[in-house]
Write a protein of this length. Structure first.
Length: 275
């Protein structure tokens, strides 16, 4: 490893009021651990484009839903690509980074995803249930999400939204990866309390499920979270693949797991920068 310390611009919104989570605590911890290997400067996402020059890489962490500052984010992404700025996660993600179009696409391709339609003519592929979820393709953090009963499904305007059956699942699981390497898993035993999470020991079948989506996305440098739900029949279905700024719930894992994650994160950044 080079004796010259690389410089990171760490993008975070420390004041973002996330539901059931404290973004600021996680980023204070992670940035302090990264300082063991790098020179780290924190900035708000609205300042990233103006400040990224002079840093060896830009690390996007808990920066809040991009839809709150879409124009500024798009400008940042364009300038980073034009100037060859190293961004972590790399900006080639095909999942939530690009909106939720991947859900109907993967659903139509036969992947184990909650059945999803984004056109009226595809609504017939959805299961016949009492209630459906309508969510914006560019939504995040449940912003704009609404429920419609079966009898109103035919009247849904599909412009910019997707539709899914409202599934009554047993629990949710989140799988956390650095690059393509699995780190840990957490699950929410109570479906009504999404962010009350506990450690989860995945089976080989669980990991094969999660890795299928990591492989599909093809990100070489970045942190990804695969969110899935367990149906009453025991099947896992993808809820979302967060590949831009996934919250990591690091406060809920033990010190050995947390340290191993930090080591993997540092190593990934060193590989990205080339030192």
């Amino acid at each position: 490893m080079s004796s010259v310390r690389s410089r990171l611009l760490y993008v975070t919104d420390l004041a973002y009021p996330a539901k059931g989570r404290r973004y600021c605590d996680e980023d204070i911890y992670l940035s302090s651990r990264l300082r063991e290997d790098f020179d780290v400067a924190l900035c708000h996402p609205l300042d990233a484009a103006a400040l990224m020059d002079g840093h060896d890489a830009v690390v996007i962490r808990n920066s809040g839903p991009v839809l709150h500052y879409q124009e500024a984010y798009d400008d940042f992404a364009r300038r980073a690509e034009k100037d060859g700025v190293l961004v972590y996660n790399q900006l080639t993600g095909r999942a939530d980074m690009a909106g939720k179009q991947y859900l109907p696409d993967l659903s139509a391709a036969g992947y184990p995803v909650i059945p999803t339609a984004d056109r009226p003519e595809d609504a017939g592929r959805l299961p016949d249930v009492a209630e459906y979820v309508v969510k914006p393709k560019l939504g995040a953090d449940s912003i704009g999400l609404r429920f419609v009963p079966r009898e109103e499904l035919a009247g849904v305007d599909y412009d910019g939204v997707l539709v899914q059956p409202r599934i009554h699942f047993r629990y949710e699981i989140s799988f956390y990866f650095v690059d393509d390497a699995f780190q840990y898993a957490l699950h929410a035993p109570d479906p009504a309390r999404r962010w009350v999470l506990e450690p989860y020991e995945p089976t080989a079948e669980d990991l094969a499920f999660a890795r299928r989506f990591i492989d599909w996305n093809g990100i070489e440098h970045g942190i990804q979270r695969v969110d899935a739900c367990r149906t009453p029949e025991g099947e896992l279905l993808l809820v979302e693949l967060e590949d831009l700024n996934p919250y990591l719930s690091l406060d809920l894992v033990g010190p050995p797991v947390r340290d191993a994650f930090v080591d993997a994160f540092k190593a990934s950044l060193h590989r990205l920068i080339g030192n």
